[in-house]
Design a protein around this ligand. Structure first.
Ligand code: SF4
Length: 244
């Protein structure tokens, strides 16, 4: 990663801005390549900030690398970073990869993933319009609940993804994702779903995990109600931004 900055046309102020930005994202070291600096500068000049976010996500992926920060590293086939649009208005966040996700290295690709895709389409979007990730990047054995030490080791990565993408809204898929993001260990998904909470200024809607809905299809109607509230919120936030 990285390389000499010699020969670049970046001004001192550009570099200062980049350093300040990375510091705001929570990086303690500078995980940025020379190519990424060039991309970001071009994106800023062209006004295409989504591409800059894409570079930042790629840098974060490189920063995570072959992560060994918790015991889940020994069980994984693939680390599942996340997928979707770097400039997504809507982010879906689950708790951890399952068997299919671990095998493919992609989030929500099994039966639960197909159900999530159907929900996204029903909401009038495509999978590539949103961003999908998990709190944990590696699969817990037998899909058990994540343990506290694993969450502590991994949570900085999802926090950085959120800070880079800056979505208008987050949908937390399932109890664990909602508990971790909202730091509410006693949160019950049955009572929290359907209500907006706040994650560092971003509205977050807890809802049922698609895997739960596969086992309890009668509750799909509740998740659809949650999704409709999210769509209305995105519309109102977009309208407010347009008129400001
Ligand atoms: S779960 Fe997170 S912290 Fe643990 S090894 Fe995987 S990427 Fe690293």
């Amino acid at each position: 990663m990285g390389g000499a900055i010699t020969g670049m046309r970046l001004q001192r102020g550009d570099i200062q801005d980049l350093l300040t930005y990375y510091q705001a994202l929570g990086f303690e070291a500078l995980p940025i390549s020379l190519a990424a600096i060039r991309n970001i500068k071009q994106d800023v000049e062209a006004g295409t900030h989504g591409v800059g976010r894409k570079s930042l996500l790629e840098d974060l992926k490189e920063y995570i690398g072959d992560c060994q920060r918790c015991k889940l590293a020994q069980y994984r086939t693939n680390l599942v970073f996340g997928a979707g649009s770097a400039s997504a208005r809507l982010m879906f966040i689950g708790e951890a990869p399952g068997k299919e996700e671990d095998l493919q290295g992609l989030p929500f690709v099994g039966d639960a993933g197909m159900l999530l895709t159907r929900l996204i389409v029903k909401m009038g979007m495509r999978r590539e319009d949103v961003y999908i990730a998990n709190i944990l990047k590696c699969r817990p054995p037998l899909n058990r609940d994540p343990e506290d030490d694993e969450i502590s080791a991994c949570r900085e990565f999802i926090e950085k993804q959120i800070r880079i993408i800056r979505p208008q809204i987050i949908m937390a898929l399932g109890r664990v994702a909602a508990q971790v993001l909202l730091e509410m260990p006693n949160l019950r998904i049955t009572s929290a779903r359907g209500h907006f909470f706040d994650y560092k200024g971003i509205p977050i809607m807890p809802t049922f995990h698609p895997a739960y809905l596969l086992r309890n299809p009668k509750d799909k109607i509740l998740t659809w109600a949650d999704a409709q509230k999210v769509m209305a919120k995105i519309s109102s936030l977009t309208a407010r931004r347009t008129h400001s």
